[in-house]
Design a protein around this ligand. Structure first.
Ligand code: ZN
Length: 430
């Protein structure tokens, strides 16, 4: 098997790949039989990890644009109830392709809408990931607390608890391989699931050695809802259910107080920080500087495109830096290298992985070559990537396989997929 050497990158120098793994980084001496690709002046990073997404939400971009989270959700739940399996597949193809072109090689998709209990929606997403070429953490989401029982979602979009657990077992059996497709157990949020579903989901995940994921502490309204129904703040509610632990990562984590930050650090529970979505929905500023200082694993998340509107990951690095500085009102609250770490090692830690998110020998060869012709005058290449103008990947490798070459996906026709998705989205609103 020949070795591939990417030569001449401005950062971090050469990178050699063999057998799906990174084998050398820096000043790599040539060997007989090397295949060489010149990437002079470009930047190479580990493939980014997206720790929170809802791929199906591409279907409902640009709606409820003046609403907060609860108003936005109650506008969209009835529309999402009309999703068909083919819609989910179409949205996942485009969503994962956009992620890949924006540097994301591992994506977590939290899917909690399962119309008519048809769990082939998870097959649709997994098949899209295989087609596009990304790794997928397939979070089997769920809701079992409808409006008539005090939940936020209308009754017709929630599922029965036993049906959810049985389906989750099926999805694990069908898809979990621990590398390309990793199944996660993921009840949706405190205001859409019962405590019993949280408890039983945790037991199920732990029987299989899988991780747990849910939305938490996203808005003040959620906090008020937990205080009203349980007499406790959101993190305390989940702590009592065995959900604050090192096999869990929470989406958003905006409204944690000092004691809660310490509790996350003590237990090793992670946070998927979604800065654009938080800004779009006016949810508040995630306290990323305090979380990182305490040692909490923090990754970046695009969140659904219905609340992000863009669906790209490289842009979240810049937004994370801006949000942290604005929230803390300190210019050094978060530095470009901190946000790059969030997008790579931090995200991998949230997902419980140490084989991706690293540009070092032994790691899986998931990496991104970024064009940087227009950034040569910026002294620090990481500052340039994070703060500089938006860009798309030049080349992307997953497990050493070329999945984006010269800015184009090697595995699918993105223009045709976009056209199909646009048609489906219009049908959903007709
Ligand atoms: Zn979300």
């Amino acid at each position: 098997m020949s070795r591939l050497v990417l030569r001449g990158a401005r950062y971090p120098g050469d990178v050699a790949i063999e057998g799906g793994r990174i084998v050398a980084v820096g000043d790599v001496a040539g060997q007989d039989g090397d295949e060489v690709r010149r990437v002079d002046g470009d930047l190479i990073t580990a493939g980014f990890v997206n720790t929170h997404h809802h791929l199906y939400q591409w279907m409902t971009r640009g709606r409820a644009v003046g609403c907060d989270l609860f108003g936005w959700l109650t506008t969209l739940y009835p529309v999402w109830a009309k999703l068909e399996v083919e819609d989910v597949h179409a949205a996942a193809r485009v969503g994962l392709a956009e992620l890949l072109l924006s540097g994301c090689t591992t994506a977590a998709d939290h899917h909690y809408l399962v119309p008519n209990g048809d769990d082939s929606v998870f097959d649709a997403t997994a098949e899209a990931a295989l087609e596009v070429g990304t790794r997928l953490h397939l979070a089997r989401g769920s809701m079992d607390l409808g409006a008539s029982d005090g939940g936020l979602p209308p009754d017709h979009v929630v599922e029965d608890l036993d049906a959810i657990l049985a389906s989750t077992e099926r999805v694990i059996n069908r898809w979990h391989d621990g590398e390309r497709i990793v199944v996660t157990v993921a009840p949706c949020s405190p205001f859409s699931v019962t405590p019993q579903l949280m408890t039983e989901s945790a037991a199920l995940a732990r029987r299989h050695g899988l991780r747990l994921h849910t939305h938490l502490a996203e808005t003040r309204e959620e906090e008020a809802d937990c205080l009203a129904r349980f007499g406790k703040r959101p993190l305390a509610v989940l702590d009592e259910l065995g959900w604050v632990a090192d096999d869990v990562w929470f989406a958003h984590g905006v409204h944690f107080d000092d004691a809660e930050v310490a509790r996350l650090a003590e237990t090793g529970a992670g946070v998927a920080h979604c800065p654009s979505s938080n800004a779009r929905l006016a949810s508040g500023f995630c306290r990323t500087p305090e979380l990182l200082a305490a040692g909490v694993p923090v990754g970046l998340g695009v969140d659904g495109v219905a609340s992000n509107e863009q669906g790209t990951l490289v842009t979240e690095l810049r937004q994370a830096l801006f949000s942290a500085r604005q929230g803390a009102q300190r210019p050094d609250a978060l530095m470009p290298a901190d946000t790059l770490a969030m997008a790579t090692t931090g995200g991998a830690a949230c997902l419980g992985r140490d084989d991706v998110g690293r540009l070092s020998p032994g790691a899986r060869a998931d990496l991104v070559v970024w064009p940087a012709d227009d950034l040569q005058d910026i002294p620090d290449p990481v500052d340039a990537l994070v703060l500089g103008p938006d860009r798309r990947a030049r080349h992307v490798y997953v497990e050493g396989e070329l999945v984006v070459e010269d800015g184009h996906l090697t595995g699918m026709d993105l223009d045709a997929a976009r056209t199909d998705l646009g048609r489906r989205s219009r049908r959903l609103w007709s």
